[in-house]
Design a protein around this ligand. Structure first.
Ligand SMILES: *Cc1c(COP(=O)(O)O)cnc(C)c1O
Length: 324
């Protein structure tokens, strides 16, 4: 009788896990931390879980940036939440754009200048959203070397499951200033459950546990995540990842033959960035077929581009038919 909860299960749910909903969930559920640690090859003390990676992005910005004083570095075009969190915290944003002419690679001299200017967080996204490419391993190593003792380096690995490459998550044991972000929203199909994780040295995790809200993972989310991390679920997920990667290549090949398409950028993720002669007309064709894609026209100098998520074979077939 210590948490002022109701003594009864919810009125409409009297059995199964829903019947436990009158109790608060455990903060940082040990069972979940262990399952994630097993899946990712780290220890539970290196993990913080929260409401999606978005919460991790917000916590890091608040923990490492003093309002009105500090800055973060982003490399556009990239995920918008790093800048959103910085603006909310009152941190300034130094943009060191990716090098479009070099396949959206990192601009290492530019990142060194951002470090000299005092950036506290270097946000890297690999594979990057919306361009789709994984960043070169040696470039991330160079950033880690330059940032040592000066800033934290965050590698957002929301799409790493689609690459077949070794995740940077495994490298947190070697770099005390490396933080990686992982999510259950993409490969694991749990976007609606809101569960993301931040992986870092236990000292950083300890610091963030002092500012994370006490019940960051809701009971039904915990239940859904544990089910998704069972060996049987992980086997199905691995098959689905394989299928999405094959479908990505099929979609890329088909679209690159379309006269409407001027370029399909290489992707290591579950989406394709596609450049059109007239992206507005392509958007309309897709809309007419009942397909919604993300419009990136004009953002960060990208020009006539749309981002297409890879779906089921029939969804991809619909996109191909609409555009060819
Ligand atoms: C989708 C996505 C995420 C996941 O965010 P959640 O809050 O975990 O759903 C994180 N980073 C990038 C770059 C993404 O595209």
């Amino acid at each position: 009788m210590h948490a002022n909860e109701s003594p009864w299960p919810p009125v409409t749910a009297t059995n199964g896990a829903a019947a436990a909903l009158n109790h608060y969930p455990p903060p940082q559920p040990p069972e979940l931390l262990e399952a994630l640690a097993r899946a990712w090859g780290v220890t539970p003390t290196q993990i913080l879980v929260g409401r999606g990676s978005d919460e991790g992005i917000d916590l890091l910005t608040r923990a490492f940036c003093t309002a009105g004083q500090d800055s973060v570095m982003v490399s556009t075009p990239t995920f918008g939440m790093y800048a959103v969190a910085a603006r909310i915290q009152g941190a300034s944003i130094l943009d060191v754009p990716l090098l479009a002419a070099r396949g959206f690679a990192l601009d290492l001299p530019g990142i060194r200048r951002a470090l000299d200017a005092g950036s506290k967080i270097l946000w890297l996204c690999s594979p990057n959203n919306p361009t789709g490419n994984a960043l070169a391993r040696e470039d991330i190593e160079a950033v880690l070397a330059a940032a040592s003792g000066r800033a934290v380096v965050v590698v957002d690995e929301a799409y790493v499951e689609f690459t077949g490459e070794t995740p940077w998550t495994l490298a947190v044991a070697r770099y005390p200033h490396l933080i990686t972000l992982r999510t259950m929203s993409k490969a694991h199909g749990l976007a609606g459950a809101r569960l993301g994780a931040l992986i870092a040295h236990p000292d950083i995790i300890g610091l963030l546990r002092r500012i994370v809200p006490p019940y960051a993972v809701a009971g039904p989310t915990l239940e859904a995540a544990l089910a998704a991390l069972s060996p049987a679920s992980l086997a199905v997920t691995a098959e689905r990842i394989g299928q999405l990667v094959r479908e990505r290549e099929r979609l890329a090949t088909a679209l690159s033959r379309s006269t409407r398409v001027s370029r399909v950028f290489p992707s290591d993720a579950n989406f394709l960035l596609v450049q059109f002669d007239d992206a507005g007309a392509a958007l309309q064709k897709l809309r007419d077929a009942g397909v919604l894609v993300r419009d990136f026209r004009g953002q960060s100098g990208l020009g006539e581009v749309l981002r297409l998520t890879v779906g089921t074979p029939s969804q991809n077939g619909l996109m191909i038919r609409s555009l060819t």
